[in-house]
Design a protein around this ligand. Structure first.
Ligand code: NAD
Length: 438
């Protein structure tokens, strides 16, 4: 099939490359000229495992092309996915200006029948609004559909090639059939494809992210109780996660969720509720807990030094991306924790396997950038672990101890065994494990 993807971000690039991988002719369009220029020259602007190779392969086979011209993308394609950003506005609502602008441009560029699909995460009612915007500027026939994306950064190719499910929202079953055909090569593992109305499809995406964020905040809140009563949140996680009604995923206590999706989607969903007079009180609480979890962690650092000031203290920060296997630092805990420490006079030396460039855009020259994780801790007063990259899981602890001025670790991701750390001579703080606190 001939497919266009509008927006060459995490979602647009991955889904576009995967559609091409399945033999479709795909054209990815973005207004960012440098991005498209780079892609044409083989430079992939984001870090996502496996994406580079997949793009190269499909470009070489001429199934995948890039453009900044909306006419080129629209006129060559039957199905056009809108995969532009939907960042939060200052009230927490989804800012839909990129989606509406893209819709208008698509409408103006149309030359015959098209199916325009919202893949961006958009509040209920947006796809109908997209239809109105396009209808106002074109005489050509078209249909709209909603097809929210569930991929996870860091595992995006696998998620896209073998999705758990595909959700399609349509007004007309015939459009659903065309989209089912496009997706059928991805569903050979027998996973379900759900065709529903537009509103249900749009809301399904928010429900999924809202529920997953709720699991995380539930465990984080419980971890604070565990710390006070002598319980271990890791044991509790194992104890409840084996119940299939609960499931073992998204039960890790830590520094809370971040990234480009959960924070903004939970905020947008609560705003939609408010606008319609429905208070989504669970999700209001989920957001509060998420914010305070980062502060709670920082308070442990202050408590260790027995002061509100960290003047003259030097900290090593391991991990800047909001989660492992991505360079995305949007709403990452590293930003809140980092600024909290800087504001109290501390100095920071940071390391992340792939997110250094993005972090430098935010932290500029406020922090020092290390070459690797050992270089990061050299001459620092304590190590703070923010992101659970695999390479941080089994460090050479003796070397670590020799590098640090004092053997102190604040672990926001529970990477190590508190007992072992004590035996190794570390003062080790983690999350929800009271016996870890000396
Ligand atoms: P992103 O910010 O990485 O990319 C968006 C791209 O759209 C940018 O390259 C931007 O230049 C481009 N763009 C903006 N306006 C445009 C226009 N009018 N025409 C063409 N290009 C335009 O965003 P993302 O992370 O890929 O997210 C896109 C959408 O998918 C969001 O709604 C997000 O919530 C949703 N989503 C994201 C993820 C994820 O893990 N990142 C997962 C599922 C869903």
């Amino acid at each position: 099939m001939h497919v266009a993807v509008i927006g060459a971000g995490y979602v647009g690039l991955v889904t576009g490359a995967c559609f091409a991988e399945m033999g479709n002719d795909v054209i990815i369009m973005d207004i960012a000229e440098d991005k498209i220029e780079g892609l044409r020259n083989g430079r992939v602007p984001i870090y996502e495992p496996g994406l580079d190779q997949m793009i190269k392969r499909n470009v070489a086979e001429r199934r995948l092309t890039f453009t900044t011209k909306i006419e080129e993308a629209v006129q060559k394609s039957l199905i056009i996915f809108i995969a532009v950003g939907t960042p939060p506005d200052c009230d927490g609502c989804a800012d839909l200006s990129q989606v509406y602008y893209a819709a208008q441009n698509i409408g103006q560029a149309m030359n015959n029948y098209k199916i325009i699909v919202t893949k961006s995460t958009v509040p209920v009612g947006t796809t109908r609004r997209v239809r109105d915007i396009i209808g106002a500027v074109t005489q050509h026939p078209f249909d709209v559909a909603s097809n929210p994306e569930f991929l996870k950064e860091g595992n995006a190719i696998e998620d896209c090639m073998k999705p758990d499910r595909i959700v399609i929202g349509v007004d007309d079953v015939r459009v659903g059939e065309i989209l089912k055909e496009l997706y059928s090569p991805f569903m050979r593992t027998g996973k379900p494809m759900f065709v529903m109305n537009l509103e249900s499809s749009e809301l399904t995406k928010y429900a999924a992210n809202g529920f997953l964020a709720t699991k995380i905040s539930f465990m984080n809140e419980l971890s604070r109780l565990a710390e006070l009563v002598g319980a271990d949140i890791e044991l509790i996680r194992a104890g409840i996660g084996s119940d299939p009604r609960i499931g073992s995923q998204f039960l890790f206590a830590g520094l809370g969720y971040g990234g480009s999706c959960f924070p903004k989607d939970v905020a947008a969903l609560t705003q939609t509720g408010r606008q319609l007079g429905v208070t989504l009180s669970i999700l209001e609480a989920v957001q509060e807990i998420n914010k305070s979890q980062r502060i709670h962690f920082c308070q442990k650092i202050l408590a260790h030094y027995g002061s509100d000031s960290l003047q003259g203290k030097k900290f090593a920060l391991w991990g800047l991306s909001f989660k492992p296997r991505t360079d995305d630092i949007r709403d990452a805990p590293s930003l809140d924790v980092g600024h909290f420490l800087l504001e109290r006079g501390a100095s920071l030396r940071v390391f992340d396997p792939v997110a250094m460039e993005n972090a430098a855009i935010i932290f500029k020259d406020l922090v020092q950038y290390a070459e690797n994780n050992y270089d990061c801790v050299e001459g620092q007063d304590a190590l703070i672990i923010i992101t659970e990259w695999n390479e941080f899981r089994y460090p050479d602890f003796e070397r670590l101890k020799n590098c640090l001025n004092e053997p102190v670790i604040f672990d926001g991701r529970n990477l190590y065994d508190p007992k072992k750390m004590r035996e190794l001579g570390f003062t080790y703080y983690s999350v929800g494990r009271s016996h870890a606190i000396p």
